[in-house]
Design a protein around this ligand. Structure first.
Ligand code: HEM
Ligand code: HEM
Length: 145
């Protein structure tokens, strides 16, 4: 998406797809976050020490936060000229207001930085979960179910 030139047939289409798919991802994230209110979470395995519990909880919360902040900055970029966002051509998410160029540029920077950040966090998170499952063998993956 980012390497395409203006003359590429995918130039607009890939961004449209990105926006539609990510708005759908935002809806799923919002539903998951709302579900936290009803969720009964299993406790960590007993062998998991206090600093690991804190680290896991911090990473989970950061992931939730980024799942909202990344679409929020994407929204600011996409609606910066005052146009709404078309979701799969089915409906429009309206723009709140046009924004100044400086704010738009900041949102582009943040969008890229935060998207890279969630990538790092998810890899760390997944590796930690797999380490606990297959090296420590403490049944961590069962917690997901
Ligand atoms: C979890 C959600 C999302 C992730 C992980 C994500 C990730 C990314 C990444 C990696 C880029 C390339 C950034 C660059 O190289 O500068 C990008 C660009 C972009 N994204 Fe997202 N995005 C998400 C959600 C959204 C949403 C919801 C929208 C708008 C509705 C959006 C609008 C855009 C736009 C307009 C660009 C191009 C920015 C530019 O002009 O450089 N994104 N996104
Ligand atoms: C190979 C990939 C992954 C594995 C093996 C994995 C494993 C796990 C496990 C075992 C848990 C429960 C841990 C616990 O409660 O201590 C968990 C929770 C969680 N995972 Fe993953 N995960 C993976 C990918 C992802 C991805 C891609 C995301 C998000 C983009 C994600 C976000 C979360 C969040 C937010 C929680 C916390 C849920 C809560 O307690 O509210 N995970 N994961």
């Amino acid at each position: 998406m980012v390497d395409l030139s203006y003359y590429d047939r995918w130039y607009n289409r890939s961004l449209e797809l990105h926006k539609s798919l990510r708005m759908a991802a935002l809806a799923v994230a919002a539903a998951k976050i709302a579900w936290l209110v009803y969720d009964i979470k299993p406790d960590y395995a007993e062998s998991i020490g206090p600093w690991e519990r804190t680290a896991a909880t911090v990473v989970h919360h950061l992931i939730y936060l980024l799942m909202l902040l990344i679409p929020a900055t994407g929204y600011v970029v996409s609606t910066s000229a005052g146009d709404g966002i078309s979701v799969f051509g089915l409906f429009q998410v309206p723009a709140v207001s046009p924004v100044r160029e400086g704010l738009r540029d900041l949102a582009i920077e943040l969008h890229f930085l935060l998207a890279s950040g969630i990538g790092v966090l998810v890899v760390v998170h997944a590796l930690a979960a797999l380490k606990h499952q297959f090296i420590d063998r403490d049944g961590t993956l069962k917690l997901m179910l």
